[in-house]
Ligand binder design. Structure first.
Ligand code: BDR
Ligand code: CA
Length: 318
């Protein structure tokens, strides 16, 4: 597929990013700081406990040499105990990557910051890359924000199979009640589920293109993805990993590369075998009320090219 992508200067999207770094969250932060203006980063329990995801967000921003505000949020889901993905992301959430500790302290209070920054910046999209606990808490306090946001781009769910269970994707599985609040909020939602993000795979060959770059960001990514590929060999038999979270960033900054279809989507909360499944209704029923733009296809080659550009180029001036 031809993948000429025009990056228009002076027309950057403005983003608020809620995340749980996490390997692919780290890449998403890098890509976002190149292609967008990032107003706020909030963190949540997900791939690792929230103190680690917060430290990891700060460490990645230090690598990028940006001072984007970072606020930590929920340490546990709305109901039940936290679930982590340490078997994928390692004990520290970033596979023991060689980054210094954060150069600044973490602040707490993600939810009130989300409210304030959303209110003050009505053009800014929310990009959610982890469990949706912080966003659900925001909507519980301020349901009116759903109508005022331009949209929420979510890495989560699936219109096909799952990863945490046969049918549930990890971010939804880690807090299905929060996901239900967000999906039912009335906000414009764009869903980059596993059926889409599995079309954007880092391979050994793609990773090799970073190895000869004399650039700290490239060295970081080589270390990061080498760990992840090794984990994937154990988990799936393949040295390749889906680049889930950067997709949700690029779904805002380069939406022309995606095909989204409006669908009714609900989050299963009680199923014995289907808990946390995103149930996508694909029947063409008259009078159906789609609440989610479901991502189905993407220009994979163009996305891999953009992710590489975002990583190597670092932060571009606004
Ligand atoms: C999602 O779960 C996390 O492990 C990744 O960071 C991504 O957000 C994929 O299911
Ligand atoms: Ca994530």
């Amino acid at each position: 597929m031809h993948c000429l992508v025009i990056d228009l200067p002076g027309m950057k999207a403005r983003l608020i990013i809620d995340c749980d770094p996490g390997h692919d969250d780290a890449l998403a932060l890098m890509v976002a700081h190149h292609f967008a203006e990032v107003l706020l980063v909030t963190t949540v329990s997900g791939n690792a406990p929230v103190d680690l995801t917060t430290a990891n967000a700060l460490r990645v921003l230090d690598l990028l040499e940006v001072a984007t505000p970072v606020y930590s949020g929920a340490a546990e889901p709305l109901q039940g105990a936290p679930r982590y993905a340490l078997h994928v992301h390692g004990a520290d959430g970033l596979g023991g990557v060689d980054l210094p500790p954060p150069g600044r302290p973490a602040a707490s209070g993600a939810v009130s910051q989300l409210i304030d920054v959303c209110e003050a910046n009505p053009d800014a999209w929310l990009v959610a890359l982890g469990p949706l606990t912080n966003l659900a808490q925001m909507f519980r306090l301020r349901p009116d924000l759903a109508e005022r946001l331009p949209g929420i781009s979510i890495m989560g769910g699936s219109a096909a199979g799952g990863n945490a269970t046969p049918v549930a994707e990890f971010n939804i599985f880690a807090d299905p009640y929060a996901a239900a609040v967000v999906f039912e909020s009335g906000a414009r939602i764009r869903m980059c589920g596993l059926n889409l993000t599995r079309q954007v795979m880092s391979s050994a060959g793609w990773l090799d293109t970073f190895r000869d770059q004399n650039n700290p960001r490239a060295r970081f990514v080589v270390q990061l993805l080498t760990f992840l590929h090794e984990r994937m060999v154990h988990l799936t038999g393949q040295a390749a990993a889906a680049l889930h979270d950067p997709c949700a960033v690029l779904a805002v900054t380069h939406q022309q590369l995606f095909n989204f279809v409006p669908r009714p989507v609900t989050v299963e909360l009680t199923g014995r075998h289907t808990r946390a499944m995103t149930v996508v209704d694909e029947r063409p029923l008259p009078g159906s009320r789609p609440n989610v733009e479901v991502g189905y296809t993407v220009d994979s080659a163009a996305l891999l090219s953009l992710i590489r550009t975002g990583i190597l180029a670092g932060v571009s001036s606004i």
